[in-house]
Design a protein around this ligand. Sequence first.
Ligand code: ATP
Ligand code: MG
Length: 319
Amino acid sequence: MAEPAAAPIIEVQDLTRRFGDFVAVDAVSFRVERGEIFGYLGANGAGKSTTIRMLCGLLAPTSGSARVAGFELPDQAVRVKSSIGYMSQRFSLYTDLEVAENLSFFAGAYGLRGARRRQRIDYALEVAGLTDRRRALTRDLPGGIRQRLALASALLHEPTLIFLDEPTAGVDPASRRSFWRLIRQLVREGTTVFVTTHHLDEAEYCGRVGLMVDGHLTALDTPAALKRTHVPGTMLAIGGDLSVPALRSALAGQDGVLDIQPFGRALHVRVRGPLSDPDAMARALERAGITGADITPTEPTLEDVFLTLAAGSTRQNEL
Ligand SMILES: Nc1ncnc2c1ncn2[C@@H]1O[C@H](COP(=O)(O)OP(=O)(O)OP(=O)(O)O)[C@@H](O)[C@H]1O
Ligand SMILES: [Mg+2]
């Protein structure tokens, strides 16, 4: 039976995967709506790839249920696989093949034939920006272009939903931006994107973000709502040569200091009440002997959200 158009494209209930006694993914529940860019974040080992492998029908869940692109897992895994695209975390192309040979191989694997096969390979070459380099050896391509080719090859069969597992890992910043332009273009064309990344700036491009900590889905919301909920108060960036302990002792006993974290070369101080005013903060620091600190109000970032939520992680807490 056809799915109602408004049904979520992914619906997951209590999805769990154990490896022996170890629970890699622990009773995770969420929905992804059609046309969303859904970001799935978490430190190394948090359970992101394990979730994706289950949702792509590649790994059986230990318990729980998932409906993906209109099909039930694990029973309809074969139909899920043919409806979705998957770009795995490990490089999936054959580096010793030419660009066109790689695309031909994947087109064959997806059962594409004749005119449609040629048409889709041409589309993929265009997406990867490799129309003029179809005879290039894949291993000779720069990393960013190879990742575009891997994405293009996962799109050959026109999936409505695509899973991208760390597609920009190890890619330079300019190529990352161009990769994200491509993702946004796919979404405009009607594709739903499920993406994992360690780059929190990229998570800002996602409509909603789920945060995995030690196999648990700890938070799920839009980037703006995550910041409002988990990083309350006003954020001040304090520059200068200050350490967290020095600032902590300077502000000891002051009301309204919620949190102090290093952030790049500055410190991010989250405050409530009178100290939220940069001038009041400057005066408080001067009273403690710290003069000339550069204080600017700043927006919280998803990194601030992550630091707050992952504080209790037992696996790792670095994205
Ligand atoms: N086949 C397996 N057998 C045993 N343990 C596994 C297996 N696959 C994954 N794990 C463990 O499950 C946990 C979650 O792994 P997963 O690959 O899902 O993490 P991740 O969030 O994708 O991490 P990363 O950011 O490093 O890719 C890890 O501790 C990993 O070692
Ligand atoms: Mg992974």
